[in-house]
Ligand binder design. Structure first.
Ligand code: SF4
Length: 377
């Protein structure tokens, strides 16, 4: 059997402080656990390596949390453990998530260690907006961080932005997008702010003023158009890239590729089983690795997942592919209605959502899934 490709996701659950909107698994004030945590990560990478013997690792994504907060030696050690236990493709995409306040000339060491892509959490180009959601960096640090990343030799840089921030105006959002484009990234992600229950922002939401749904929709559509005009192709609901610079690792999630996750809260989809590690840093560091979930994926779930994920991407759904992959027909009438209404386009047997369709993708995907579950007429 030929080698199969595999992605590795490595979670770093440390942050300098918690942002007000964040519900990712990360802790502030746990720095004393960083070194034992990396030791535990390396041990878990070793422990799983035999299972990945028939695979070539073509993407590694070190995410968080704030991976750049770990420093060069620990981050290089993580990559050493990957190289020691896995067959790493020579052209593997190796991404590091970073925050602007923990980037510097030491990134040259990361480049030398093999990292070749940086994803920087910019979020806004307005210091008042950054402060309003508890971000600890400033816009000035963003510019310095981008310069340091480039000086270190990274030619693949992604910037994250958030729209819908408290007090944000349409003009303010446009300035943020133009500022980010001006920094010359190869890739941009634009996420709508989500008010997650349990976060500080959720608790004080009544005292703040947010752009309403219509205003946020306009922000999203404006960004999609502006980024397209600047040469960034929208290849997923929230992601835009210069030609050839789509995130290969994230594409695995959207195309049902296999990946293994390491660290508390990390998810895997491997060998037909989906599993996740418990969100418990102390237990993980003590190497008491426990699953928070583990389940074999049924063919029905796989078919649903495939449909849902394909509709999130600009490549969309291949209408005959569904039958070929899952052995059942697919009623495309609803998607044809979406095409007629301007929410989707059809080309060469594929249906993909337009930016207007992406904006309501949850509703479209929900309806497509309902229809896929019903008997084919
Ligand atoms: S830096 Fe990222 S992971 Fe850390 S608290 Fe802020 S949003 Fe969450």
């Amino acid at each position: 059997m030929p080698d199969r490709n595999l992605g590795l996701y490595i979670h770093v659950p440390f942050c300098r402080s918690k942002c007000a909107y964040c519900d990712f698994y990360s802790l502030a004030g746990a720095d004393e656990l960083m070194t034992p945590y990396v030791d535990a990560l390396r041990a878990q990478l070793d422990a799983f390596s035999a299972r990945a013997a028939g695979y070539v690792v073509d993407t590694v994504y070190v995410g968080g949390g704030t991976p750049s907060y770990l420093g060069a030696a620990r981050l290089s050690g993580v990559l050493d453990a990957v190289r020691g236990g896995y067959r790493l493709a020579p052209d593997a995409e190796i991404t590091l998530e970073a925050n602007p306040d923990s980037v510097g000339d030491w990134f040259a060491e990361l480049r030398a260690a093999g990292y070749n892509r940086v994803s920087l959490g910019v979020q806004s180009a307005d210091n008042a907006e950054l402060r309003a959601v508890g971000r600890v960096h400033t816009v000035e640090q963003v510019a310095d961080a981008v310069s340091a990343v480039r000086r270190a030799g990274f030619d693949n840089l992604s910037l994250d932005l958030i729209y819908g921030l408290p007090g944000q105006s349409a003009a303010g959002w446009r300035r943020n997008v133009e500022y980010a484009v001006g920094l010359g990234p190869e890739h941009l992600s634009c996420y709508g702010l989500k008010l997650e229950p349990g976060t500080p922002l959720y608790k004080c939401r009544g005292a703040l003023s947010f752009p309403n749904d219509d205003a946020q929709a306009d922000m999203y559509l404006w960004a999609a158009e502006a980024l397209s005009a600047h040469g960034y192709r929208q290849y997923e609901v929230s992601n835009f890239a210069r030609p050839g610079r789509a995130s290969r690792h994230n594409l695995k999630y959207w195309t049902l590729g296999e990946y293994l996750g390491f660290g508390p809260g990390a998810h895997s989809d491997f060998g037909g089983v989906r599993f996740a590690w418990a969100r418990d840093l102390k237990a993980y560091t003590a190497r008491a690795w426990a699953y928070s979930e583990s389940a074999r994926i049924t063919p029905e779930e796989r078919a649903r997942e495939w449909l849902m994920l394909c509709l999130r991407t600009a490549d969309g759904v291949g209408l005959s592919e569904y039958g070929e992959r899952f052995g059942r027909g697919f009623d495309a009438r609803f998607l044809s209605e979406c095409v007629a209404a301007g929410y989707a386009v059809q080309d060469a047997g594929r249906v993909s959502l337009t930016p207007r369709g992406f904006l309501v993708s949850n509703q479209i995907i929900g309806r497509a899934l309902e229809l896929a579950a019903s008997p084919y007429a």
